[in-house]
Design a binder for this molecule. Structure first.
Ligand code: CS2
Length: 490
């Protein structure tokens, strides 16, 4: 079967939307670090909209910082792929043409730095996941002990990390008399702009203080809130799409209809007319970010651990269980008192819409996928919310159950006795801590000693220890559904 590529576009079924602009005339204005499914279903669509409007400056060079797999999917397809939007029985197909190919960082770091230093590039976006920033999750400091960070500091001409590539490219731009590009973090991190800025400046300062000063003065690292549920593509999704397209698309992504991008109105140079393509530009991103991280992502993580432990493979199946749905509702009751909704956001309506998004059965969003990297996700999704609730003297039962479920998940065996791989940068550490403790309380205490996850102030609060111990003991003794069932009546 032949692959999707430029030559195949004309022969696609009529209902498939496709680029109406001259792809050969597109320039590369954006470099995206970490080209996973999320970028392809979210930011790339906005740049594709910009191209479709006739502004041909916004082609996207994708970058993988590790594996060549996305390059192998997209490069033979002239950078093209299908966005499959699923809602109930409805499925809409659109070919995204913004992609200008994919480079694999480790294959030729210097070539990537040169590409990022090109005068046509105005924006560098990132989705490198929480751990890709090389920042301590609890303190936000650059992890100088990370061997790849150390390697970047020793030889910035041949970087390995996301902050390293940004520093190296900014260094080259300064030397060439160019402006910096705007760096737009699109990961679910609180203050994502300030975080990547701090990491980049710290690294630059250690390499060349003048470079750091220039970046601080001329660069821009806007804060963003990004939102779209984009489950990992499965081989079955690819086969089904092939049957509809008549060509094979190894780079397809699937997503829900909802999409939102809020960007702080701060740029170092050129940008597309974002507002014309549905992006919200504002000075105050934080209220959007808090609401999204604490309501959507907080509930997602809690449901992922509780659901996966109790045998629910997908989010829509987990939230169809009344006890787990009740946990989500209670978690939202708890979290919503800690957020100040931005103008235009009605929390009650937001909650209703969110539950409908979780209920979208056509997405097949795996709980296991969301369960990944929990140690990196807990602070912004559940722990900051817990801190705010405790400071106000308010109960934290549902939030604590979410955290306890993460602790229980670290054991690597579900309630049916089935073993799974705990995918988390701290997995070896959590396994060691759990193995070294014998009682439920000791296990909770052992995990609370992870200073990269739990802040000292939180750990010192007896209320968190007791809430976690109760919830964790309940999970181990009665299982997730029975433990969750208390929220049905309470
Ligand atoms: C999810 C997010 O995998 C996860 O951790 O919670 O990817 C979530 O789907 C997105 O943030 C939605 O915008």
């Amino acid at each position: 079967m032949s692959r999707l590529d430029d030559a195949a576009l004309a022969g696609l079924p009529a209902e498939v939307a496709r680029p109406g602009y001259d792809r050969a005339a597109v320039k590369t204005g954006v470099v995206h670090l970490g080209i996973g499914a999320f970028h392809r279903a979210h930011q790339a669509v906005v740049f594709d909209d910009a191209l479709a409007s006739g502004d041909l400056r916004w082609g996207v060079l994708g970058v993988s910082l590790r594996s060549p797999s996305v390059a192998e999917q997209l490069n033979p397809q002239d950078g093209l792929y299908t966005l499959v939007v699923r809602d109930g029985a409805e499925e809409r197909l659109r070919i995204i043409g913004a992609g200008r190919g994919v480079m694999v960082g480790p294959q030729d770091p210097a070539a990537l730095v040169a590409a990022m230093a090109d005068a046509d590039v105005h924006i560098v976006t990132l989705t490198v996941t929480e751990k890709g920033y090389r920042l301590d999750p609890a303190t936000g400091d650059l992890m100088l002990g990370d061997p790849e960070v150390a390697a970047d500091l020793a030889d910035i001409a041949s970087p390995r990390t996301a902050p390293g590539f940004i520093v190296a490219a900014l260094k080259a731009r300064k030397a060439a008399g160019l402006k910096p590009f705007t760096v737009i973090s699109c990961d679910n991190l609180p203050h994502n702009g300030a975080r990547i800025r701090a990491g980049v400046l710290e690294m630059a300062r250690r390499i060349d203080p003048e470079l750091a000063q220039w970046i601080a003065a001329e660069g821009a690292f806007p804060q963003t809130m990004i939102d779209r549920i984009v489950p990992a593509t499965t081989p079955d999704d690819i086969d089904r799409l092939e049957a509809r397209l008549g060509v094979r698309d190894e780079g397809m992504v699937k997503a829900e209809p909802f999409t939102q991008w809020v960007i702080q109105n701060r740029f170092a140079g050129e940008r597309p007319d974002f507002a014309a393509f549905g992006v919200q530009l504002t000075e105050a991103v934080e209220p959007w970010e808090d609401a999204k991280l604490r309501l959507l992502n907080g509930a997602h993580s809690a449901v992922a651990y509780l659901g996966a432990l109790s045998g629910h493979a997908h989010v829509h199946e987990a939230v169809a269980n009344p006890a787990l749905r009740a946990v989500v509702m209670r978690l939202w009751d708890e979290a919503q008192t800690t957020v100040s909704p931005p103008p235009g956001l009605d929390i009650a309506a937001y909650r209703t819409a969110l539950m409908a998004r979780f209920d979208n059965a056509a997405l097949m969003h795996r709980t296991y996928q969301i369960a990944m990297d929990g140690s990196q996700k807990l602070p912004q999704r559940l722990l900051h919310t817990i801190e705010a609730r405790l400071a106000a003297g308010q109960p934290i039962d549902a939030l604590a159950l979410g955290v306890a479920a993460w602790m229980r998940w670290q054991e690597g065996v579900d309630e049916a006795g089935k073993a799974y791989v705990v995918q988390d940068p701290l997995a070896a550490e959590t396994a060691r801590l759990l193995a070294g403790a014998d009682t439920d309380e000791a296990k909770v205490d052992a995990l609370l000693s992870l200073s990269a996850v739990f802040s000292p102030a939180l750990v010192a609060d007896p209320r968190i220890r007791s809430a976690l111990s109760t919830a964790y003991a309940g999970l181990r003794r009665d299982g997730a559904l029975s433990t969750a069932a208390r929220f049905l009546t309470g």
